[in-house]
Design a protein around this ligand. Structure first.
Ligand SMILES: C[S@@+](CC[C@H](N)C(=O)[O-])C[C@H]1O[C@@H](n2cnc3c(N)ncnc32)[C@H](O)[C@@H]1O
Ligand code: SF4
Length: 374
């Protein structure tokens, strides 16, 4: 029988104060409806109760409240969910939540900390007022700094900052200033994303002027060097951690572990008795709240090599040859020829029992991945 993989739980909160013009996450402006959060909680609890039989006897290595803006969901609502999941949680479970600086203060962050949230991810995006306005954010630089300070005071010792670069009209100096400000806050994890213009967004319909290619490359090179100099190791495409504080939840996705996702648009992936099952909840929260949670489907064996690589190659460590078989139940020969080809091109390097993406390969990750499309 195939060994069980590490298990995570994702909880999606689909609403925000307003929709940011660059964002294509499953999120939208929160309607004014008194009982909305209560009804959404009921659906989350009902959905969770129905997935429990799939995970009986297992422990969660991580739990993650993402969004949307989960900091609009009260500590009381989150505590109800944590309570229902308590049989699956132990002292080692990493429990994260995302927050928007415009929706938290020291009091609310302390309340989230006291119900058991032990990792906070702050959606700062930039510490520059003009950039924040252009991004349509609901907070200014002062509020971003205050949220970081409040997180430290609320005794979070596991703090991530989401920061974006390559912002409309952003100079290299301004991008570096954002990075330096983030480093000073005491955060031990940074998610540093280059702004992408997504099709079905306000920016997609009406693109803002972005920095040119040379400026983007200079920001990236200078940024990577600055982060390294301050002890932040790039362990994933956009993830940087200090003192080993990697995000265990995201690492579990990327290492092709198991996860349950509850909430509108949330995805699940479970490896049971050698089969990989997937489920996607409907995107529309109103549909989800009617009790439509989606059906589990078995992933076709021919799709697994690409799915495995799409996730696993994001993490820049050594990938054991046995990992592929352990997480997919497929023989390594299903991916060996493609990996040997990537190796001949200098994109991947083999050692006796593992392989890894080379520095050159990191800059050509999409080319490596297309080799595994069936
Ligand atoms: C789901 S959001 C969570 C945080 C929270 N909703 C907020 O915005 O404060 C996750 C992160 O993805 C990043 N992100 C969203 N859209 C992006 C885009 N188009 N390009 C690059 N990064 C993006 C932002 O840094 C954002 O904080
Ligand atoms: S607050 Fe976050 S999730 Fe909501 S629209 Fe903005 S970026 Fe997207």
């Amino acid at each position: 029988m195939a060994k069980l993989l590490p298990l995570s739980l994702y909880v999606h909160y689909p609403w925000c104060v307003r929709k940011c013009p660059y964002c294509d996450f499953n999120s939208g402006r929160k309607p004014s409806d008194e009982g909305l959060d209560e009804r959404y909680l009921d659906s989350l609890l009902d959905d969770f109760a129905k997935v429990v039989p799939y995970i009986k006897g297992r422990k969660l290595i991580s739990m993650y409240f993402g969004g949307g803006t989960p900091s609009l969901f009260s500590p009381r609502h989150m505590a109800c969910l944590l309570d229902k999941a308590r049989d699956f949680i132990d002292d080692n479970t990493e429990i994260s939540m995302e927050c928007n600086p415009g929706t938290v203060d020291r009091g609310s962050l302390s309340a989230y900390r006291s119900i058991g949230i032990n990792r906070i991810s702050i959606g700062v995006q930039s510490f520059d007022d003009q950039s924040l306005r252009r991004l349509g954010r609901i907070h200014d630089a002062r509020a971003a700094l205050d949220a970081c300070d409040a997180a430290v005071k609320a005794k979070f010792d596991n703090i991530n900052i989401d920061l974006m670069h390559g912002l409309p009209q952003q100079s290299r100096t301004a991008a570096m200033n954002d990075l330096k400000m983030s480093i000073k806050t005491g955060a031990n994890h940074l998610s540093w994303y280059e702004l992408t213009i997504e099709e079905d967004t306000a920016f997609g319909h009406n693109p803002p002027p972005l920095p040119d290619e040379d400026t983007l490359a200079a920001i990236e090179n200078e940024g990577f060097a600055c982060l390294l100099q301050h002890g932040f190791v790039r362990y994933e495409v956009s993830g940087f951690s200090r003192d080993g504080r990697v995000c265990r939840h995201n690492l579990n996705y990327w290492r092709f572990g198991d996860y349950l996702g509850i909430g509108a648009g949330a995805h699940s992936k479970l490896f049971i008795d050698g089969s990989t099952l997937r489920r996607a909840c409907p995107q529309d929260p109103l549909d989800y709240m009617k009790g439509h949670y989606g059906q589990y489907q078995t992933v076709r064996a021919e799709d697994l090599p690409f799915e495995f690589m799409l996730n696993r190659l994001r993490v820049f460590d050594h990938i054991g040859i046995e990992e592929f078989t352990r997480t997919t139940a497929l023989p390594f020969t299903d991916v060996e020829a493609q990996l040997r080809k990537a190796s001949a091109l200098g994109l991947v390097r083999f050692e006796s029992d593992c392989f890894y993406v080379t520095d050159f390969g990191k800059t050509m990750l999409n080319d490596v991945l297309t080799m595994f499309l069936s």
